[in-house]
Design a binder for this molecule. Sequence first.
Ligand code: FCB
Length: 448
Amino acid sequence: MTEHRFPEDFVFGTATSSYQIEGAWNEDDKGESIWDRFVHTPGTIEDGTTGDVACDHLHRWREDLDLMSDLGLDAYRFSISWPRVLPRGVGAVSEAGLSFYDRLVDGLLERGIRPFATLYHWDLPQALQDRKGWPARDTVDAFCEYAEVVCRRLGDRVKDWITLNEPFVSAAVGYSEGRHAPGHRNEEEALAATHHLLLAHGRSVPIVRENSPNANVGITHVLYPFHAASESDHDVLAAQRFDGAINRTFLDPISGRGYPSVVPYDRSVLESSVRSGDLERIAVPIDFLGVNYYTRHVVRSDVVAEPENAPRTVRPSGETTDMGWEVYPEGLFEVFDMLRREYAFPAYHVTENGAAYPDAVDREGTVHDPDRVSYLRRHLAQVARIVDEGIPLRGYFVWSLLDNFEWSFGLKKRFGLIYVDFESGERVPKESYHWYKRVIAGRTIDGI
Ligand code: FCB
């Protein structure tokens, strides 16, 4: 066994998002989000649950902060709910909404925890969706207005900002695959949304900087290694195309390269949304790239996909999590090796990594989750390897602190280090919580 030691200033955190934990979906003057609308539409969520209450974090935030402090977190990544701050997306600001985040940030700082705030983690105000949402260019202006309101208020204390979480998922899963809000199945909309999301990122970076002096500003992408299932030209090309659609469509433009050409979609449709000056704005320098990593895709050209341009992925045969995702820790290194060779961003954080398992509280009141410990340990060993290679990876955030509302799967997929009883709201730290606490305290993990 080798021991992996992390640098003293390496950041250990956990990550979450507003819709998945806050609940209080219609409290005070909060506006409706596309997720509120989506979950209240019958048949959209596998187990029929909603995020109306979720972890009730909006009311239990003090208890949650105390748990974070006991865990010894260096940093906490959370997102701000746009319709809680601007109920109609633009215009009137909700003081109740803004002051919640004010208290949260102060509570983090009092406990010595560094806040990492994500401006957009998928809960678009429904009022903006009523005007077409991300496929409409006006949504970019609305996002800039929202970013300014938030950063003016929190920018003196929050110094780490993430503009968007996984724009690929917002665009493709929301507007083309229809599995996420707003539930559309229209590829043209998804491609317009892709460009407008990236433009919203590019245009908001200077706004964040102006209102949050000396801040680090970045964007988070979900990245996967795409492996061809065989050496056949068809499979190799299919893997390259999905790598193009999911990784490079989001990495290339922020690196000043415009949109990639080896992709499965009609590039001219995407380019029809691009206006002069957009690509320069999207390529605005960032301080770090956030990487969400869960698994890899093995691609075979003849797999039937729905819709047609969804990745043609082979069902994994080895170890999987409760999401059905293959456990493939080496992929984390592969992603960073690719980033180092081809993109070289100034710094990185793993802004999400974690696993769902069907946890339960046993008779002694403990939650025994060895699979999660094993998953996290093996991924952290890759993190240590990436750091040892001199790649500027500065932090690692476990998804997630609490079991929460896992989008179209509902409440049944448990990703937390802390078990949540969704009936009573009770929180029970799992064994993985105690394990992560030792990792953070010792800044070391046992190798495997
Ligand atoms: C990511 C999302 C996050 C969570 C994890 C499991 O794609 O950013 O909200 O659902 O997957």
